[in-house]
Design a binder for this molecule. Structure first.
Ligand code: FAD
Length: 486
């Protein structure tokens, strides 16, 4: 008899776990509250435009490849990938940009132009980052966070100093140019914490950035979701959309026995939740929750975001697929995200124009524009604030790229804290989970296996290894291994 597993949510971690568990001969059912699959990686389609609503940076192509390889497939069986050149460009002033090209040679050249002698330091920095990448991504992240001893290996012992220093310190020591300092601190923002609070070891993100590059799956990030769903379905996984789980059922002996949706009880041998960890525990009686409200409140969460999906009636000049607007004070914006939560007065922002490189994302001659402003989780979200910040960043976008944009808007949809809570049951409306700080790494993160309920497991960006699409794929694999061994 196959063991039946009920998976809550259909984000990348759930899809990954579903595929691995089906491969291990489980009967797998995925229950997603929304009408579409893929969690935060949903797509918005409007008037011929396509927007990835969540993730847009395809980094660490090796992790995606390794996922599909585990099923005898490759990414090419599901989507076409292109390495972007430039991977992205960073705006520091009017028409003042630094492009990050698609090879280390190109990047060394722009560094050298900006600060004499910096290319040699960068080569050293990246070589160290690559070493850490090989240790972290090829080995450590595939450990389930059960014990601190998992992190103690002959290689990591030699790396202890990288856990005691931080990214900001290292970058400031080697590079003098404020622009280069900002560029080198950007990749760790994906981990959800300030560079000053992120251990140096995580400089492997700099290797992911400069060494492995920024890629784009044709038709957008949702192509990954479609690929994973079709792989999982081919292995027998059953998907149920519009299925909001309202309870995790536990028998008197403390064993998970199923889920409840709209009063209907659905039995299962094992329950796995890939929904936001905090929300998942609220589906249990108080006595079965392993983490208290105080526990979650003290944690460092990745930022939330104010997002805009904008259809423009013409092409935008001089922008790339990915554009970072770092023309304002980085530390001040970080302060109002992490230290004194408030709306930023002068926000850094990110502008994504997927149709700049992929014609499938917008009608011919038009441009799809996605804007992201990182903000503190849990801050007050109002239509006035959304409107105010839209005008603020559009004015900056127009000024820095020296062209009119506002007059060419066909439509503009926004998404913010309240939507993250309503659509994904996200704790305080966080956009991408629990940050990877020193005290929130590996075995110090919320556990994959429930400490209080037998046969109940968790996966996703609030548990190991952490935020981001590649870690979500790994999280699904880790939990599937734990479940199959139980
Ligand atoms: C705006 C934004 C930009 C990002 N940019 C990037 C990027 O460029 N690159 C990158 O790698 N990562 C990026 N990320 C992070 C990445 O998208 C996430 O880390 C990853 O998608 C999380 O996957 P997950 O499986 O943990 O959870 P989720 O995607 O949150 O999936 C959880 C699912 O559970 C469902 N659910 C919740 N409650 C219930 C319930 N009671 N019953 C049924 N279903 C339920 C939700 O609807 C959701 O579909 C970004 C995230 C956001 C939001």
């Amino acid at each position: 008899m196959k063991r039946k597993i009920a998976i809550i949510g259909s984000g990348f971690s759930s899809l990954s776990a579903a595929a691995y568990l089906a491969q291990k001969n489980f009967e797998v059912h995925v229950f997603e509250k929304n009408q579409t699959l893929g969690g935060r990686a949903r797509q918005l389609k409007k008037e011929g435009f396509t927007f990835d609503m969540g993730p847009s940076w395809y980094w660490m192509p090796d992790v995606f490849e390794s996922f599909f390889n585990d099923f005898g497939k490759t990414t090419e069986d599901f989507y076409k990938l292109e390495r972007l050149d430039p991977g992205y460009q960073v705006f520091f002033g009017e028409k003042e940009t630094i492009p990050i090209g698609d090879s280390l040679e190109k990047i060394y050249a722009v560094f050298e132009k900006e600060e004499k002698g910096s290319s040699i330091k960068l080569a050293r920095f990246i070589s160290n980052a690559k070493e850490n990448y090989d240790i972290a991504i090829k080995d450590l992240v595939y450990r389930p966070g059960l014990s601190p001893l998992e992190l103690v290996t002959p290689t990591t012992i030699k790396k202890v100093k990288y856990f005691l220093s931080n990214i900001k310190k290292d970058v400031y020591k080697d590079f003098k140019s404020p622009k280069l300092r900002q560029i080198l601190q950007f990749p760790v923002l994906f981990l959800g914490a300030k560079p000053a609070n992120t251990p140096s070891f995580y400089n492997f993100m700099n290797y992911a950035d400069f060494g492995l590059g920024t890629w784009h799956p044709e038709k957008g990030m949702y192509s990954i979701v479609s690929g994973m769903v079709s792989l999982a379905a081919s292995l027998g996984v059953k998907f149920h959309t519009g299925a909001a789980v309202d309870q995790i059922l536990v028998d008197p002996s403390g064993k998970a026995k199923g889920i409840q949706i709209n009063g209907e009880k659905i039995s299962a041998d094992v329950v796995l939740s890939g929904a936001d960890y905090h929300h998942s525990e609220t589906l249990l009686d108080q006595k079965y929750r392993a983490y208290s409200e105080e526990y979650w409140d003290k944690k460092v969460f990745a930022p939330s975001s104010l997002l805009f999906y904008i259809g423009l009636d013409r092409k935008v000049k001089d922008v790339s697929h990915h554009n970072l607007f770092f023309d304002v004070d980085f530390d001040e914006h970080a302060r109002v995200i992490y230290d004194d939560p408030a709306w930023p007065e002068n926000p850094l922002f990110y502008a994504n124009f997927p149709s700049a490189s992929d014609p499938t994302m917008a009608p011919k001659g038009k441009e799809a524009c996605f804007l992201l402003i990182p903000i503190a989780p849990g801050i007050e979200d109002s239509s006035e604030m959304r409107e105010h910040h839209l005008n603020l960043v559009l004015e900056r976008l127009e000024k820095l790229t020296q062209q009119t944009i506002k007059d060419h808007i066909l439509f503009c949809e926004s998404f913010c804290v309240e939507d993250f809570i309503k659509d994904y049951n996200s704790y305080k409306g966080n956009a991408y989970g629990l940050a990877n700080t020193l005290l929130q790494t590996a075995f110090l993160r919320p556990k994959l296996k429930s400490k209080k309920v037998k046969d109940l497991y968790f996966t996703g960006q609030l548990t190991v290894p952490g935020p981001g699409v590649p870690p979500a794929l790994i999280s699904g694999k880790l939990v599937a291994n734990l479940i199959s061994k139980s």
